[in-house]
Design a protein around this ligand. Structure first.
Ligand SMILES: [Fe+2]
Ligand SMILES: [Fe+2]
Length: 237
């Protein structure tokens, strides 16, 4: 059983009661999903160093919300920011010390995980992808969250990208598949897209992700090295 306590986690982050309730009203359904719960286990899903992927995602949602909340944004802006953060790293398998071999450099986890996250978000949470304009903003935010680090371009389709959830692509609505492809083809060089998110919401999540990631790596050399090599000797294999 997962022992993670969301209420205590939010309390630790110095949020007012109103902020806590606001965040909970948006994140709770996603947080409760079995695929999200699975990713709160730091043994099975260590993301940065030994911090779980789920905790990283929650940290990102909180920091993105804190950046945005005093800026006079509408409810819709704030909701989209929090949703992008909750979906941005929902990739398929743990990446540190992974046994999965990628044949092409451009298909390494760092370049392809935003695409996996977008596919999983649409597959597991279709209710958030009913409005076309919101869908474009959310997907573009997920796809380009790593900026200035590039993302794999889907110019030639999904097949050659060695993503770990290719089996789900055929079940995506065709217009959403096209939105993912279009977003990944902005500012392409070689097989990578060097583009910021087009939206204010996406840019804020990307900024929050950089802040949170640096903090979580905690200036740990092996942890930084793992971002390039994928191998982290500090974690038990
Ligand atoms: Fe990421
Ligand atoms: Fe992230």
């Amino acid at each position: 059983m997962n022992k993670f306590n969301l209420n205590k986690f939010l309390e630790k982050n110095n949020l007012s009661e109103d902020d806590k309730l606001f965040l909970l009203s948006i994140i709770n359904d996603i947080y409760s999903h079995p695929e999200f719960q699975k990713r709160l286990d730091s043994k099975n899903y260590p993301h940065h160093s030994s911090i779980s992927l789920g905790e990283h995602i929650l940290n990102d949602a909180i920091v993105a919300y804190k950046i945005a909340k005093n800026k006079n944004y509408s409810y819709s802006n704030l909701k989209l920011i929090i949703l992008i953060a909750m979906f941005h790293d929902l990739y398929e398998f743990p990446w540190q010390n992974s046994k999965i071999i990628k044949n092409k450099f451009q298909n390494l986890h760092g370049f392809t995980h935003p695409i996996e996250a977008a596919i999983n978000a649409v597959t597991w949470f279709p209710e958030y992808f009913q409005n076309l304009e919101e869908t474009k903003i959310i997907i573009d935010g997920i796809i380009h969250h790593m900026y200035p680090f590039p993302v794999r371009s889907l110019k030639n389709g999904f097949k050659e990208t060695e993503i770990n959830n290719l089996n789900k692509v055929n079940f995506l609505p065709s217009n959403i598949k096209q939105i993912i492809i279009n977003s990944s083809c902005q500012n392409t060089f070689f097989k990578l897209s060097f583009s910021k998110s087009n939206s204010l919401e996406g840019k804020i999540v990307s900024k929050a992700d950089r802040i949170v990631s640096l903090k979580e790596e905690n200036l740990n050399f092996n942890s930084y090295k793992a971002c390039i090599t994928g191998k982290n000797p500090d974690l038990n294999d």
